[in-house]
Design a protein around this ligand. Sequence first.
Ligand code: NIG
Ligand code: FE
Length: 408
Amino acid sequence: MKLIGPFKQIITLANLPLRGRISDEQIDIITDGGILVNNGLIQKVGNFKMLKTENPDTETELMDGEQIVLPGFVDSHTHICFGGNRANDFAMRNAGKTYLEIAESGGGIWSSVQHTRNASEEELLKTLVERISFLISLGITTIEIKSGYGLDVENELKMLRIIKKAQGQTKARLVPTCLSAHLKPRDFDGTNQEYLEYILTEILPKVKKEGLAQRVDIFIEKSAFQPEESKDFLLKTKDLGFEVTVHADQFTPGSSRIAVEVGAKSADHLEATIDEDIEFLAQSDTVATALPGASLGLGEKFTPARKLLDAGAIVAIASDWNPGSAPMGNLITQASILATFEKLTTAEVLAGMTFRAAYALGLEDIGKLEAGKKADFVTFKTDNFQNVLYNQGSLNAENVYISGNLNH
Ligand code: NIG
Ligand code: FE
């Protein structure tokens, strides 16, 4: 057991609701606080002096009292295992080229697939671990990571095995997701439906057998997979025992409805979601995940997070860090910018990057600082928690703790 503190403020988020609006006044602040940690779990959060008096013999990790503490952030949607980069796509988009023109001139998802297939395992692992370290430096302690740049048995398994290896090299909690249904690869000889069938029969059983992922994702969009074939795929995937999540309504509305209908853990993107489907999402337990990094990378509109929250949805915010649409990777900057455009409260943004994102991943033991939860937290050298978003990512995290141990 050890006592960590004192901290100027501890923002536990413990009392905040899973869904809907939250005002900053609802945030409880523990001043001059301490965190009692036992076996990587939070034993108690409270006033530092009181905890010290109650536990006089406990080892103390003494802090300077000048920092605020928040739960470790959760990035519930990334594609950070990839080879190559797509700076040329970015430049071409900004020069006015269309998606189709970029794909035809060798860009798009397919170009990342080729780079990822051609990259050595060592190289992919090294760059993946570097990206994980960057995310930890921001205060992110749990990271979802998708496959989806392999797109055949050999290369999808290669990606998922690398993600598993990365877990051996970092203390961050990694949550792998199989996104073989990102796009039908150009070298697959068959229809979309045949490719989805190939995933179900050739890829997922191996993923399951090797314990490489418990979640499956699909990109439902005109340029990728169509609504009906996707719904069928998702239902069959669930029958195989996977949880599901969906890239929904990025450019074309309609697919968030499918996500809800099949009981997906989350529907992510939603930039094009229509009002009726916002209501539908809000009535469900499917988390609506905003990905402002993709809006910023593409110069497209933001997810209607304000409307979703007002309707009572569970709204998470994730980075979508990928080489194509979201190259930045700084979730704190992105979430702060989303807040200014969508008019979100600090509490709503912090909830979206912590316990609401954790809920999307099915993890109930992270995201809040309270007894029994994992001792994952981030500190900032400032006197007010609102400064974290106010500085739009330029206030660096000071210390990052995972399971009660200092990691950054
Ligand atoms: O979430 N929308 C589809 N997939 C990714 C983009 C991947 C890529 O362009 O490489 C996304 O934005
Ligand atoms: Fe994505």
